[in-house]
Write a protein that binds this ligand. Structure first.
Ligand code: ATP
Length: 381
């Protein structure tokens, strides 16, 4: 086993504690639909015409920058907030809309908050049993214990939350969300309070538990890599709207706007004008599919798609600076005809010396061309 794999394993083992995780009971996964949902606060819209389909047993990651409406969407799906207009359906049954509003506890939708929101004065078992008030006390406690077994923390049932680490608190919150066996689980940035190594272990454990339960799941994140790693599907939000939905490779390879492209890749951006269906730049002339003659365009080159060659090949350039990033190096290259340096991510072993003359070429597959101005705003209302 490699050193990295061994370290990862050790972290995961430490995160789990000594207990063996029980088997997760299967829930009946539900399909979740939002149809033309708007949410208005005074003059401002937190959600604008949001339509989202989450098929049963799908893990959908809701990705977007701070303030774009992710939490509002989750709260509306859970029923702790009402839409200003539009409908929410669970298994094709309206749970929020013009004619109906089903309360959160009757929706079969579990919500896991960003800060875990454990009650400090309740035991860990009682925290998990909190959402099981429709059961008798002893039934509720039995179900709660079962949920704690599933996340590997049954040995802490009688303790109080303050003795737990951040990762363990996160797992208690997960146990509380799955204990009522909801068909849909909604998680608001569930890993944001954890350090990066623990976050990775938690992500895998959480996904395993959700998949074992076969629950439908929405996970909110503002981290594109996390969304791509976790989601069967990813929905990208911007300013209260869903701008693109698809699988991770679909969004990465074919972002619909410049905003989406910037979310999924580190880019170099160059301005150009479309002539004869192509956009010319100092790094080459590239197809500008779908853009009319004379359109102001922004040509994007993924940093990972820039190739550094021997001098005399490609476009002439000179290395301004290099930064060590671990497996790869980030190289700043001055290129004739461009005001800003080109950034290239190359294998650490291929990083040239500072000041070296090089040739610069780009992979055709690393080029994306957008109309200038399209993307920062997203689709217009
Ligand atoms: P973050 O990633 O920072 O948690 P978010 O994408 O979850 O952000 P929301 O919390 O849904 O965003 O907020 C969307 C917008 O709605 C923000 O501009 C926010 O200020 C506004 N908003 C949310 N709740 C309310 C409220 N109760 N009253 C007024 N405005 C609100």
């Amino acid at each position: 086993m490699s050193e990295a794999a061994a370290a990862k394993r050790a972290v995961r083992k430490a995160a789990r504690g000594k207990a063996v995780r029980g088997k997760t009971a299967v829930t009946f996964a539900a399909r979740l639909d939002l149809e033309h949902v708007w949410r208005r606060y005074g003059e401002a819209y937190a959600l604008q015409d949001v339509t989202l389909e989450v098929p049963a047993s799908t893990v959908l990651c809701l990705l977007g920058p701070s303030g774009c409406g992710k939490t509002t969407l989750l709260r509306i799906a859970a029923g702790v907030e009402r839409p200003s207009s539009g409908r929410v359906l669970v298994d094709a049954e309206e749970v929020a809309g013009p004619n109906r509003f089903v309360s959160p506890e009757k929706r079969g939708v579990g919500l896991m908050f960003q800060d875990f929101a454990l009650f400090p004065h309740l035991s860990i078992l009682d925290n998990v049993a909190f959402g099981l008030r429709s059961l008798t006390k002893s039934q509720g406690r039995a179900e709660a214990l079962h949920a704690l077994e599933r996340v590997g923390l049954a040995q802490y049932a009688k303790e109080y939350p303050h003795i737990l680490s951040g990762g363990e608190q996160q797992r208690v919150a997960l146990a509380r969300a799955i204990a009522p066996r909801p068909g849909v689980i909604l998680m608001d940035e569930p890993f944001s309070g954890l350090d990066s190594q623990l976050r990775e272990a938690m992500r895998e454990d959480t996904l395993a538990i959700v998949r074992e339960a076969r629950a439908t799941c929405i996970v909110v994140t503002h981290d594109a890599e996390e969304a791509m790693r976790m989601g069967d599907r990813v929905a990208l939000m911007q300013k209260g709207r869903i701008v693109q939905t698809g699988t991770a490779p679909e969004l990465y390879r074919a972002p619909s706007t410049l905003f989406a492209a910037r979310v999924f890749s580190d880019l170099n951006e160059m301005r150009s004008t479309v002539r004869g269906g192509r956009a010319e730049t100092p790094l080459g002339t590239f197809p500008a599919k779908g853009l009319a003659e004379g359109t102001d365009a922004i040509v994007c080159v993924r940093q990972s798609g820039v190739r550094l060659l021997k001098p005399g090949k490609g476009t002439p350039g000179r290395i301004l600076d290099t930064r060590f990033l671990g497996d790869v190096g980030l190289v700043e290259v001055a290129v004739q005809g461009l005001d800003d340096p080109v950034l290239a991510r190359v294998r650490e072993a291929d990083v040239p010396e500072k000041g070296a003359e090089v040739g610069v070429a780009v992979d055709e597959g690393a080029i994306l061309v957008f109309e200038a101005g399209n993307g920062d705003e997203g689709p217009s209302p």
